[in-house]
Write a protein that binds this ligand. Structure first.
Ligand SMILES: CC(C)(COP(=O)(O)OP(=O)(O)OC[C@H]1O[C@@H](n2cnc3c(N)ncnc32)[C@H](O)[C@@H]1OP(=O)(O)O)[C@@H](O)C(=O)NCCC(=O)NCCS
Length: 164
């Protein structure tokens, strides 16, 4: 398994991974409804540009030529927000942890002092993942997630990057 920054050539596979994870767990993603190909392409172009402009760190995990995971970190005002997705068949092998740790390492080297993850209150798997990776629950985020007429609370997790 190789971890590296996203490349233009990853577009098709990364868009497919994002769509697969959305379909499997709609509360893990911020799209209000299933994204179409055009929306996914726009998102991918935004990711590439943000990385080029040093406003983001976006790493993918590659295995046998396939994109099987991604960690996206968006940087703003010395802090960053984090999202991690791993292909369902490839979970519980430490890939999410490795992606997160590598991406946070790059962010730290760019002077970022803290990281935030916002997770739906029903997404207990992701909460456990972030806790295991040194994030501490700080409360309820101001944003909510609306799906099929239901509003879900979002929990706010934080990690201080100055302490290793
Ligand atoms: C969260 C996610 C990225 C973890 O990726 P991963 O490669 O499986 O993570 P790792 O193997 O490094 O760590 C797995 C650990 O996370 C926790 N965890 C992950 N999913 C879990 C679940 N459904 N239930 C309980 N714990 C879970 C556990 O502590 C687990 O350790 P274990 O396998 O020893 O039980 C992956 O489950 C995923 O893509 N989920 C859907 C998308 C999502 O919710 N992303 C987070 C919001 S951005």
């Amino acid at each position: 398994m190789e971890i590296r920054g996203i490349l233009a050539a990853d577009r098709e596979q990364l868009c497919k991974l994002i769509l697969d994870v959305y379909r499997d767990s709609v509360l893990a993603m911020w799209f209000e409804r299933e994204p179409g190909q055009e929306e996914l392409n726009e998102l991918f172009a935004y990711k590439l540009k943000a990385m080029r402009d040093k406003m983001a760190v976006d790493l993918v995990a590659i295995e046998s030529g396939r994109v099987i995971g991604e960690c996206e970190i968006m940087i703003k005002d010395g802090t960053c927000s984090v999202g991690v997705i791993v292909d369902k068949q490839s979970r519980s092998r430490g890939i999410g942890t490795k992606l997160l740790s590598d991406a946070l390492g790059v962010a730290r080297s760019m002077g970022v002092g803290s990281a935030v993850a916002e997770i739906a209150d029903s997404n207990v798997g992701a909460q456990s993942f972030f806790r295991k990776n040194g994030f501490v629950e700080k409360g309820i985020a101001s944003r909510t997630i609306k799906r099929q007429g239901k509003t879900h609370r979002v929990l706010y997790f934080e990690r201080d990057l100055s302490a290793r």
